[in-house]
Every structure is written in structure tokens, then in C-alpha cells.
Design a protein around this ligand. Structure first.
Ligand SMILES: Nc1ncnc2c1ncn2[C@@H]1O[C@H](COP(=O)(O)OP(=O)(O)OP(=O)(O)O)[C@@H](O)[C@H]1O
Length: 689
């Protein structure tokens, strides 16, 4: 019958035991308290003592069916959880009975007829069919045919004519009743199951099913523990509330404590004791390096999930030796066969970019090819690394190839490898190709838009057939590689113009990611600038004047150009850096051009040309500085002339005074002349923009 479980907190669980006599009830309560007393309190009552409708117990256990039906049933409050206790014998007691010669006739002595008959029924049920048993209790008719009696702990009731008494001790509560009680209180867990199976070992379980299950559990746990003790890694299993359920020998060595001691802690508590932050426990751990007892330990954690819920987990711990292997792995990374960047390395606050990152993370989960489009320096390669790192291929190589860096024939032998003697200069024994090296991993083909038609068809074949043919080879080699390709070229247009194979294009672009240029996410500029400076440990002070200039610049070389600029600034910053010192303004080709409208054919006085003189002078100063020239009064007059305009030196002086008063220029002593302040620079941009 399905009953409701009892949802109550610890320490409040109270169970009444009702039996024929106070003595029996007390004995049963004593047994149960000895087994489950830490979790539940059991109190015994004689059936006469039990008051009608008591409601201060969560459960009532009754010693026999007869007592329940004849005496107690009408006196129990509706809704109370009731069980009739099943009792059995200790294993050693049954062994005594089984040793009695077949055909013997024995009395079974108890305090009441019912009890004596129940004991006989129990002995029969437990397999004592080889002897004849007769009930005996105080007041029963004397019957002297037998000289041997069996009694469950009541030798004082044995009649005097009996010569031998076999005391089979008090009956004990059967494990099936314990299971019922624990289930009802939702207390059936790994710990109580282990306790039950130990108990079941001592008694003769009345339910064979339960006996087998529990013995099986104990047996399995023993085998598991033995097996885990042979494992070289430390293994710790724990249940939903962190209680440690298994702790193997290596774990004992690592933590310097016995499995028994460890099991007094929760897994978090144990790690905390070693100074490992249990907060990191929220997520799954993978190759997490921690220090336990001054030893480098590599820790992995996996959740155990049952029916969609985390019901526990397993921690594995690897000692220093394995860590060395990881260091070897890191050395491999340096060779370029492992992804160095993850999504965490991608700095952005741009909503636009955040969406691209979210798409990339989604794409990473699939195993399809990815095509990453974007201008040079936008972070395409960074995306490729990050995608690999969270993909199912993360534990295998990540091989990056820049397709435009090598001539066609070299790229071919790099990608596909070659057989010995394939061409003059080919290495003895041949060479494996990068596809082969990337087996089970990812190959990143950067600048895919630059590959020749021959390479396009070879690549297409690899994608279609998942096999590579080495240069000079005849044997097809199966490879399992995911391709991530990237280009800053307009592949769709190249396809339309017949410069890129459409079949290859469509295979590559199954998943397509477009990384926006930096000028379309200017909000990222200050963040990236600070990040690059910080990465170099550079002084970030005194750079306020140039922040606006950085934000306004178009960054044709995108994040890479910004990174280089910040490297330059980190090196140059002496606290007096100005906008004019920035590389993009000192490099003439990249400097802000003087706008077209200034270019007037004839020599005309500036005022007559209707030109804003201040703006023109600002432009000229800026242009001169960007070209690395000085911007004194004379130079400005000349520059104005070159534009077909006319201005006197006096006018230039007055204009400069005005500009200085407005805070747009600073006038240096000597030949250096004027230079723009940040607001002067902004004024130039406003005027030209
Ligand atoms: N969002 C970002 N956060 C931090 N660093 C970035 C970011 N985007 C790019 N970078 C850095 O900028 C540099 C250029 O990025 P990357 O090489 O990935 O660009 P790319 O688009 O592949 O360039 P190309 O097309 O020239 O190969 C790298 O050093 C990269 O780490």
C-alpha cells in the first residue's frame, strides 16, 4: 500500500511501540533505539497503557497483528502511519535450532499462547521443519513427552521437568520493518543502507528479496572499495549532501587520514580543512590544480545525475607525477597544437559582440564546420581557439594554419604531409600533415580566402571524404578533424566572381560567424586599451588626454592595431604623452587628411574665401604634427599658401592666441611651435567629421 512519506526535521521523529506487555514493548523500543536511535526516538507502551487518539507520534508500530486488530485499531487516531512489526531471529540463534536432531519433539516456551504460537510459526518460516514443536506458556496443560525446550529469552518460564533449554534470545526486529520505517521518514540513503546491510548480516532476514538486495549491496560496496583501492588515482564518492561514501587508499595517502576519519566530514568540509575553497565546488572541475598537504594535486569532479537531479559526485585526484604530464601538455601547447585562448579571454562590453560570443559558444557544441568572417585583427583566431576549447574535441589537438603564409606547394605538403621521396628535399620517412596531427581535434585554416583553386579542391575532398592523401602517396588516410576557417575577404563575392569554389564555400559556412570591426563597437576601445596596458604592467596614469583620440580613431587594423598602439604607449608613456605622439598620427599615411574643401585653386585671402581661419590653423597644426614637422607661425603661413590661400604672420599669431585662450593649442618655446590639446584634437575631428 502506498503511504505518504513523513516530511519532518531531524530530532523530532517519534515513534510509539505497542506490545502485549510493557516488557515486550520496552525490549522492542530498546532494540530499535540501539539501531536507529540517532535518527528516531522509539518509546514502548503496553496495549493497555496506550491512550486513545494520541497524536504526538509520527508513527505507531504494533508488535503483532492480533494485538492490532483485537485491541489497538479502534484506538488509533485516523491518519496515523501504522506498521505491524516483523520480527525474526539472530542468525546464531537459528543455527542452534537447526543443529537439533531431526524428529525431536520440543516445547516452545513463551509468556502467552499467542507469543508461543508466533515463535513456532517463525521457526517454521525460517526453515526449522525437521523438528516437532509444541507451544507452552504459564497455565498451559503440562505435557511431559519432551525433555527439551526452546525459549526466546524466557528461561524462567520453562517447566521443571525440562532437562535442556535452548535459549534463542529475544526475537529481533526484521530488516524489512527497518526499511519501512526509514522509507517513511525519507531516511533511506547510502549511509543507512550500509547500516541495514550490516544488520541484515547478523540476523535471519524474513524477506529473501531484501536479504539478497542488502547483501548484494554490501558485497558490491566491498568489491568496489577493493577495486578502487587498486586505482592509482585518489577517488572520493559522495552523496547529495556531500557525505563521503567511498574513499579509496590513494585518497587516504593524499589526505593523510583513514577512510573512516574522512567519512566523518562532508567532501566540502574535508577540502576546506586543506585550504581548498569549497565555493569552487559549484561547478564541475576539470584538471583543477590544488595543493593538499603541500602536494600538487590535479582534481577532477563529476556529478552523478539520476532522473535529472544531482545525487552526488565523484572526485578524482592525481598526484604530482601526473601534473608533470600536464606540464608536458603545456609544452605541447607552446608548439601550437593546443588552443591557447578561451571565451574568457575575449574582452568586450559591446552588446553586438556579446551576441556574437553567445552564437560562437552555441556553435562550439556542434561538430559542424565554422566559417569566421571579419576584418583583419578583429579576433577571428581568438574565436577559433575558444570554440575548440569548449567543443567535444577540446582534449585533442588544435592546429592553426595561416594559409596565406605559405606558397601553394608548401601549404599542400604542410596540410596533407608527404611520403618519403615525394620531391627533392623531402625528409626521409616522409612527414605527417597537419590534418593528421589534428586527428580528433580541430584545424583552424586562417586566410582561407587566399588559397589556390588546387588547394580548394583538395580541401573539399578532405571535407567530403574525411580522408587525406599525402603528397606523393597512394594510400588514403582517414582523419577525423573539425574545420574552422576564417577570412577577411568577401568569400560570397569571390564565389560570385568564380574565384572561390561554391561547393567548398557552402561546406565551410554551415555555421557562419561575423566578427564586427572595432569601429562598430567603440565601447570596447577603452576596455581593451586598459586591458593591453595592464597585461604589460604599464603605467596607466596621465593618459586621459589620449583616451578620446583612441575612441574616435577608426582602427582599420582593429584590435591588433589597438594592441600594438598600447604596446607603443606602454613603452613611451612618461606621463607627458599627447595625442600627437600616437603612432597613427605620426605615421603620415594614416594621419587625418586635411579635408578636400581647403584645396582652392587661386591665391585668395582666407577671410575672403569665407573660411573659418581658426579651424584651418588647427587642421594645419595637426597635419604638420602628424607628419612629424614643426608648427611654428612661419610654417603655418607656408602651409596656408600651399592651399592657394593667403594669410599674414600677424594674423596667424592672433589666431594662435585665440586658439590658446580657447584651450585648443599649447604654444611651446623655441622651434617646436604649437601643438594641439585633446580638445583641439577633438575640434579637428568635429570639423572634419
Ligand atoms: N575581444 C578581444 N579581447 C582581447 N583580445 C583580443 C580581442 N580580439 C582580438 N584580440 C587580440 O587581438 C589580436 C588579433 O586577434 P586575432 O589574431 O584573433 O585576429 P584575426 O581576426 O584572426 O586577425 P587576422 O585576420 O589578421 O588573422 C590578438 O592578439 C588577439 O588576442
Amino acid at each position: 500500500m502506498d503511504r505518504e512519506v513523513i516530511p519532518i526535521g531531524d530530532c523530532m521523529r517519534k515513534v510509539a511501540i505497542i506490545a502485549g506487555s510493557k516488557k515486550t514493548a520496552g525490549a522492542i523500543a530498546g532494540q530499535l533505539n540501539a539501531i536507529l536511535g540517532e535518527l528516531i526516538t522509539f518509546i514502548g507502551f503496553s496495549m493497555h497503557e496506550w491512550m486513545e487518539n494520541r497524536d504526538d507520534f509520527h508513527m505507531v508500530l504494533i508488535s503483532t497483528h492480533t494485538i492490532f486488530t483485537r485491541h489497538i485499531a479502534p484506538r488509533i487516531k485516523t491518519g496515523t502511519v501504522i506498521f505491524v512489526i516483523r520480527r525474526t531471529l539472530l542468525r546464531k540463534s537459528l543455527e542452534k535450532v537447526m543443529a537439533i536432531p531431526s524428529g525431536s519433539k520440543l516445547l516452545v516456551v513463551n509468556d502467552e499462547r499467542d507469543s508461543a504460537e508466533e515463535t513456532i510459526a517463525l521457526l517454521r518460516e525460517l526453515g526449522a521443519g525437521h523438528i516437532e514443536l509444541f507451544p507452552y506458556f504459564p497455565g498451559a496443560a503440562t505435557w511431559e513427552e519432551s525433555t527439551v525446550a526452546i525459549t526466546p529469552g524466557e528461561p524462567e518460564l520453562v517447566p521443571p521437568f525440562i532437562q535442556q533449554v535452548i535459549d534463542i534470545d529475544e526475537r529481533v526486529v526484521d530488516v524489512s520493518t527497518l526499511v519501512d520505517i526509514l522509507t517513511q521518514f525519507q531516511l533511506l540513503n547510502n549511509e543507512t543502507r550500509t547500516m541495514l546491510s550490516r544488520y541484515a548480516d547478523k540476523i535471519v532476514t524474513r524477506s529473501q528479496g531484501i536479504q539478497f538486495t542488502l547483501q548484494g549491496l554490501l558485497h558490491m560496496k566491498t568489491i568496489l572499495q577493493r577495486t578502487l583501492n587498486m586505482v592509482q588515482d585518489g577517488v572520493i564518492a559522495y552523496d547529495h549532501d556531500g557525505t563521503i561514501t567511498l574513499f579509496n587508499r590513494t585518497a587516504e595517502t593524499i589526505f593523510g587520514c583513514t577512510s573512516e576519519d574522512a567519512q566523518k566530514f562532508t567532501v566540502e568540509g574535508l577540502l576546506h580543512r586543506e585550504g581548498v575553497d569549497p565555493m569552487t565546488f559549484v561547478e564541475e572541475w576539470k584538471d583543477c590544480l590544488v595543493h593538499i598537504k603541500k602536494q600538487k594535486i590535479l582534481m577532477n569532479r563529476q556529478h552523478i545525475i539520476e532522473n535529472g537531479h544531482v545525487t552526488g559526485g565523484v572526485l578524482t585526484l592525481r598526484a604530482a607525477k601526473k601534473v608533470e604530464e600536464l606540464e608536458l601538455k603545456l609544452r605541447l601547447q607552446a608548439k601550437g597544437y593546443e588552443a591557447r585562448h578561451s571565451f574568457g579571454d575575449l574582452i568586450t562590453v559591446s552588446q553586438n559582440m556579446i551576441k556574437v560570443v553567445a552564437r560562437a559558444e552555441k556553435m562550439a557544441k556542434s561538430d559542424l564546420s565554422v566559417l569566421i568572417l571579419g576584418e583583419s585583427g578583429t579576433g577571428k583566431e581568438l574565436f577559433a581557439h575558444a570554440i575548440h576549447r569548449v567543443s567535444q574535441r577540446a582534449d585533442y589537438p588544435f592546429v592553426a594554419v595561416n594559409c596565406s603564409a605559405l606558397p601553394d606547394n608548401l601549404l599542400e605538403s604542410e596540410l596533407f604531409g608527404y611520403e618519403e621521396g615525394a620531391f627533392t628535399g623531402a625528409k626521409k620517412g616522409g612527414k605527417p600533415g597537419l590534418f593528421e596531427q589534428a586527428h580528433k581535434g580541430t584545424i583552424f585554416l586562417d586566410e582561407i580566402g587566399d588559397i589556390s583553386p588546387n588547394m580548394q579542391s583538395r580541401l573539399l575532398r578532405v571535407l567530403q571524404q574525411k580522408e587525406v592523401l599525402k603528397v606523393g602517396g597512394t594510400r588514403l588516410l582517414p582523419v577525423d578533424v573539425r574545420i574552422i576557417a576564417a577570412t577577411n575577404r568577401n568569400l560570397a563575392r569571390m564565389v560570385a566572381e568564380g574565384k572561390f569554389r561554391d561547393d567548398l564555400y557552402y561546406r565551410l559556412k554551415i555555421l557562419q560567424l561575423e566578427v564586427p570591426p572595432l569601429r562598430e563597437r567603440r565601447e570596447d576601445i577603452p576596455l581593451l586599451a586598459a586591458y593591453f596596458l595592464e597585461r604589460r604592467g604599464a603605467n596607466q596614469e596621465g593618459l586621459e588626454p589620449i583616451h578620446e583620440a583612441l575612441r574616435r580613431y577608426d582602427w582599420p587594423g582593429n584590435v591588433r592595431e589597438l594592441e600594438n598602439t598600447m604596446e607603443y604607449i606602454a613603452f613611451m608613456n612618461d606621463g607627458h604623452l599627447t595625442v600627437e605622439d600616437l603612432p597613427m598620427y605620426t605615421n603620415e599615411s594614416a594621419a587625418v587628411d586635411v579635408p578636400h574643401e581647403w584645396a582652392i585653386e587661386q591665391i585668395v585671402p582666407v577671410q575672403a574665401a569665407g573660411i573659418r581661419v581658426e579651424q584651418l590653423v588647427l587642421e594645419i597644426i595637426h597635419h604638420a604634427k602628424a607628419a612629424g614637422k614643426n608648427a611654428g607661425r612661419r610654417a603655418i603661413v607656408t602651409a596656408v599658401k600651399e592651399k592657394g590661400l593667403m594669410i599674414s604672420e600677424n594674423e596667424v599669431r592672433k589666431t594662435i592666441d585665440k586658439l590658446r585662450d580657447a584651450g585648443y593649442v599649447e604654444v611651446a618655446a623655441g622651434r617646436a611651435g604649437c601643438r594641439l590639446t585633446p580638445s583641439g584634437f577633438q575640434q579637428v575631428r568635429n570639423g572634419t567629421g
